[in-house]
Design a protein around this ligand. Structure first.
Ligand SMILES: Cc1ncc(COP(=O)(O)O)c(C=O)c1O
Length: 432
């Protein structure tokens, strides 16, 4: 069993914490300390990372899927090293072989009739591109999104997500961004009924809300409503794409064909930032009409393209998807077994390796994150609901790794379920 997180830090770690507190993320350093999770990531390899103090942790956060194929995957490292021998960022104004070939691969692997790719550095920017494209294509301004969704923190993506943070920065746009509850089809139809909505922006399984799985017909019905009222369907697959659900794309689980799909995080192979908005030919007509309509200096930087191409090969392979489904069944059984002994684990939400776990206390997710941290697992609580954690194993993990994780999980839950906490519900979102 790994040592409990020490409360006295090594000189090196103390130095990092002080610098970060002074120059980088003062509030966050403080909050993480208060949660009892003062992690400073040092070494990282495969599905493990090490606190700067040397303590090893199993990574069940993976930064939302950035490290789907593991930290520093040897093939991804070799691909990037090879790219470094003859490429650099490239010039975004001109055609590029690696960028064009990656766009072709995305078009071939994407659902339905998605065709053009606009590359960006981050998922937030890719959502901005998606929203801009939908507005241009429909001539409408309004966007409908889920009230507990996270699409990023740039202007448009921020306005499309939960209201609290956008409002905090005076960048909410309530007239143009209409929010409806998840899994509520009647509310969705009411929002679309005036036929003045450009697009519905939908996280396939809302991550920051703790991965509530959509009702069986919800996503296909939303798509049908979009068709009925002339709105486009944007699938934010930043967390659910690239094999995590056991299908290459989350929307494939419900046979939904979006008009725009947003991909990020894992596309980077954990090594070089790259994200993408993939547009149908119709939606991407601005790429012909207005050749410089959207440009991004670092979007689709050439160094990242061969890595992203490798990621797509790995994540779309039958071998990987079979592994995801095998491990998903193993974890389902193991977690249900733990639940039979610990009612504190009150809900298991699962679609493949998209897993949200709810605990029987309003701050249970935070308590469990801390207990897991002390037992050698890093899994983050859900930002919009502190009773949950996101539990995200890698796509290439094996059964032994997961068996060890379940063993640690049960030890951790015994600690968390006995914690007495009468403090108010903790929210990491400033609600204003
Ligand atoms: C579903 C979803 N969409 C978009 C984003 C934004 O991506 P980025 O942080 O790369 O801007 C995130 C990031 O966590 C996300 O989880």
């Amino acid at each position: 069993m790994p040592n409990k997180s020490p409360t006295v830090f090594s000189k090196e770690k103390q130095h990092t914490l002080e610098l970060a507190q002074q120059y980088l993320i003062p509030g966050r350093v403080e909050a993480l300390k208060n949660f009892g999770i003062p992690l400073v990531v040092g070494r990282r390899e495969g599905y493990y990372l090490w606190d700067q103090d040397g303590r090893q942790l199993m990574d069940f956060h993976l930064n939302g899927g950035v490290f789907n194929i593991g930290h520093r995957h040897p093939m991804a490292l070799a691909t990037l090293q090879n790219a470094l021998s003859n490429l650099d960022i490239g010039n975004h104004h001109f055609p590029s072989t690696v960028r064009a070939e990656l766009a072709e691969k995305l078009a071939k692997l994407s659902p339905g009739y998605l065709h053009y790719t606009v590359f960006t550095s981050s998922g937030s920017e890719a959502n901005d591109v998606a929203i801009k494209s939908a507005r241009y294509a429909t001539g409408r301004r309004k966007i409908v999104a889920i009230d507990a969704a996270y699409h990023g923190r740039t202007g448009l993506s921020g306005a499309a997500g939960d209201d609290a943070v956008a409002r905090y920065f005076h960048s909410d746009e309530p007239a143009d961004f209409i929010k409806v509850p998840f899994n509520d089809l009647a509310a969705m139809e009411e929002a679309l009924t005036n036929s003045d909505v450009a697009a519905v922006l939908m996280e396939t399984i809302p991550a920051t809300y703790g991965f509530p799985v959509p009702d069986k017909d919800y996503l296909p019905d939303v798509k049908a409503l979009c068709k009925k009222y002339g709105s486009l369907y944007i699938a934010d697959e930043v967390q659910t794409g690239l094999g995590r659900t056991g299908h290459l794309w989350g929307v494939d689980c419900w046979s939904v064909e979006p008009d725009i799909m947003v991909v990020g995080k894992g596309l980077s192979g954990g090594l070089y930032p790259i994200s993408a908005a993939i547009l149908s030919k119709d939606v991407g007509s601005w790429l012909t009409d207005n050749p410089w309509g959207h440009v991004s200096t670092f979007g689709g930087a050439e160094l990242g393209c061969p890595v992203a191409s490798l990621v797509l090969d790995l994540c779309s392979s039958q071998e990987t998807l079979d592994n995801v489904n095998r491990i998903a069944s193993f974890l389902k059984e193991g977690l249900s077994d733990i639940q039979s002994r610990h009612s504190y684990l009150c809900d298991i939400r699962q679609q493949g390796l998209v897993i949200g776990l709810q605990f029987d206390h309003p701050n249970g997710g935070i308590h469990m994150s801390k207990a897991l941290f002390d037992h050698g697992i890093w899994a983050i609580f859900a930002g919009f609901d502190s009773s949950l954690i996101q539990f995200k194993p890698g796509l290439l993990v094996d059964q032994d790794y997961c068996a060890l994780a379940l063993e640690r999980f049960e030890k951790a839950i015994k600690v968390a379920e006995n914690k007495i906490d009468t403090s108010p519900t903790i929210s990491i979102n400033p609600d204003v």
